[in-house]
Ligand binder design. Structure first.
Ligand SMILES: Nc1ncnc2c1ncn2[C@@H]1O[C@H](COP(=O)(O)OP(=O)(O)OP(=O)(O)O)[C@@H](O)[C@H]1O
Length: 218
């Protein structure tokens, strides 16, 4: 791993299922603190791209590197560890664990990422997202907006290098969509993470540093 490399560096990327190319992306690079959006309609390869960045799929051609490390060069266990330490992911369906309190959802995320248990830092993050008073609540008792804030906090609690957000605004009205993007941007900057939002939602245009469109390739 090199010290001054981009947090995310994608070059000449192509992914195919069999002989059918479903994603092509020439170049995408994000430095620490930078934000970007990949916009594409349904079927354009957004989920495929997220899986490639997370090392769950291997490129057919080209490279994806996180902090200078190609995930396809790592074995399965090392890839899992690297992903856990360097990536934070806000899933479209938030996947909060219903049996755990909000705070315990964050503490579990720290543990899975292999960073030190730090309840104070987790609580500060909840406070920064204006949901500090909900630390003891169960996810089922939260509004959708509150639950999304918890998901953002959980993705950031181990201070990842890269924050990925999958369709974070698609089910939100205009005001809340704008708020969610602002939160992602502000919170990613607070830990000096790069942020990549993958979405079909055109309302995101002009809100992040970089914008890239993808379309289905044949
Ligand atoms: N396991 C698979 N085998 C073969 N083709 C697949 C597989 N998974 C996805 N595809 C195809 O790859 C293309 C890209 O799919 P992908 O899920 O990445 O798109 P997407 O942009 O995330 O779509 P959506 O916004 O609808 O979730 C689609 O044409 C899809 O049919």
């Amino acid at each position: 791993m090199t010290q001054n490399s981009a947090v995310l560096d994608i070059r000449s990327l192509r992914f195919a299922y069999g002989d059918r190319t479903v994603l092509q992306l020439e170049e995408l690079s994000l430095q620490a603190g930078e934000t970007g959006a990949v916009l594409g309609p349904s079927g354009s390869g957004k989920t495929t791209l997220l899986h490639l960045i997370a090392g769950l799929l291997r490129p057919t051609q080209g490279t994806v590197a996180i902090c200078g490390q190609r995930l396809d060069a790592l074995g399965a266990a090392a890839c899992d560890r690297f992903r856990g330490r360097h990536l934070g992911i806000v899933f479209q369906r938030l996947h909060l664990l219903p049996a755990l309190s909000v705070l315990d959802n964050l503490l579990l995320a720290q543990r899975l990422a292999g960073v030190a248990h730090d309840a104070k830092a987790a609580q500060s993050l909840l406070d920064a997202l204006d949901i500090g008073s909900l630390a003891g609540s169960r996810p089922a008792s939260l509004s959708q907006g509150q639950a999304q804030r918890v998901a953002i906090a959980r993705a950031l609690v181990h201070k990842p290098s890269l924050l990925l957000a999958d369709e974070p605004t698609s089910s939100l009205d205009d005001d809340n969509a704008a708020r969610a993007i602002d939160l992602l941007r502000t919170q990613a900057r607070a830990v000096n993470a790069a942020l990549l939002v993958v979405t079909h939602d055109r309302r995101i245009r002009g809100r992040l540093d970089r914008e890239l469109r993808i379309g289905s390739a044949s």
